[in-house]
Design a protein around this ligand. Structure first.
Ligand SMILES: [Fe+2]
Ligand SMILES: [Fe+2]
Length: 236
């Protein structure tokens, strides 16, 4: 027997709090907004714009739990880290990052060119030279260097990789390699979880993986296709 759908209950807009009164929302402001505006022309390949924005949010969340990390290093670094892909032949990008790739030079190129672009943007903005140097070190090696140079680097690396486990990250990676959602999750987990460097990053990774994995479980599959009001997808 099909479940009985709940009647909807439209809420008055006045019952919804404004964005600046709810916790945990992330806003780009000040110099980070200026960095983002200047980075955007370099981020229109490989979905790097949305990737960088999601990774910025993850970095922001990680910073609240890793007090040794410095926001003035981490946040510009995550906004700028993939700008170097703009200098790579688009036809080479996915082959270079695919599992089993034999093109490490292309991956290195997006790191070294990204560091150059980061330096140019931050210098134009008058960003402190010593902080700019730290950011360039992080960008130059953010994918190929497995170990973290310091806590700032670890947070950037974790934010970058955790994006893969977000709904947007899984959809994007799956579309790159023509994989279904379950295959994508297995691939992403196999190249992501063991590379997370902070305890908070691993906790976020476990939570994202648990939600995504349960979405493909047999029990969840049975529920698929039902209307949300009848399937238990509620907030309580
Ligand atoms: Fe990268
Ligand atoms: Fe990235």
């Amino acid at each position: 027997m099909p479940p009985t759908p709940l009647p909807v209950l439209p809420l008055a807009p006045s019952l919804i709090p404004p964005a600046d009164e709810v916790p945990a929302l992330v806003h780009l402001t000040g110099v980070e907004q200026e960095i983002w505006d200047r980075a955007l022309p370099y981020l229109d390949v490989r979905d790097n714009d949305a990737h960088s924005l999601h990774a910025y949010g993850l970095a922001w969340a990680l910073l609240t739990a890793v007090p040794q990390a410095r926001a003035e290093v981490v946040l510009p670094a995550i906004l700028l880290h993939d700008t170097g892909w703009k200098t790579v032949d688009p036809a080479r990008i996915l082959p270079a990052i695919a599992p089993g790739s034999h093109d490490p030079e292309t991956v290195r190129r997006h790191e070294t060119e990204g560091a150059v672009i980061a330096h140019r943007i931050l210098t134009d903005l008058g960003y402190p030279q010593d902080v700019t140097a730290r950011i360039m070190e992080i960008v130059d090696g953010h994918d190929t260097r497995r170990h973290a140079l310091n806590t700032d680097d670890a947070v950037v690396k974790d934010a970058d990789k955790l994006w893969r486990l977000t709904p947007h990250g899984l959809r994007t990676v799956g579309s790159w390699f023509c994989l279904d959602a379950e295959q994508t999750l297995r691939l992403v987990l196999s190249v992501t979880y063991d590379r997370l460097l902070t305890e908070t990053g691993r906790a976020i990774g476990r939570a994202l993986a648990a939600c995504a994995g349960l979405d493909h479980s047999p029990r969840r599959s049975v529920l698929r296709g039902r209307a949300p009001s009848a399937s238990g997808e509620h907030t309580g």
